[in-house]
Design a binder for this molecule. Structure first.
Ligand code: DQA
Length: 151
């Protein structure tokens, strides 16, 4: 069974408490349950992680290389700041799907640029936590159709 790594960046441990008008009331534990359920349905093994430490995130991305079939990542604020995570994702050499709970394009200008989108196969923003399930479904679709990166 292929493994899909679902990574969450800083402050996402505060989901449900933090700005519920932006991110909703569901907790990260709810998101994990959703991801595991979706993975089980699609016969994908899900690894689910969250960290507030950029070096830890980079280590997990490196360890994904040659080990997992893909990465779903909500990089949180590192989306807009981290060349290091961008570089790590390239080094991992696995398909990457970027997820944002909120529609970052409807928010402050500093959220409009993503270093991660440059290396992502697909980007979901504004679907709420359902975006994680959609990302996992899309990943399964890519696997089934053996479809590579689209320009
Ligand atoms: C976020 C959007 C980011 O701009 C923000 O820093 C987050 C969460 C989202 O899921 O909508 O922490 O990635």
């Amino acid at each position: 069974m292929p493994t899909l790594l679902v990574l969450n960046g800083p402050n996402l441990n505060m989901l449900g408490l933090r700005q519920p008008e932006v991110y909703g009331r569901e907790t990260l534990a709810d998101v994990e349950t959703l991801c595991r359920g979706t993975g089980a349905e699609l016969e994908l093994s899900i690894e689910f992680q969250q960290t507030n430490h950029e070096g830890q995130m980079i280590d997990w991305i490196h360890q994904a290389r040659g080990r997992v079939a893909g990465i779903v990542i909500n990089p949180g604020a590192w989306t807009h700041t981290s060349v290091a995570i961008h570089d790590a994702l390239i080094a991992a050499e696995v398909p990457v799907i970027e997820v944002h709970i909120s529609n970052v394009h409807r928010r402050e200008a500093f959220r409009h640029h993503s270093y991660v989108s440059l290396v992502a196969t697909a980007v979901l923003a504004g679907f709420g936590t359902h975006g994680y399930a959609l990302a996992i479904r899309h990943f399964a679709h890519l696997q089934r159709t053996a479809q590579g990166d689209l320009p």
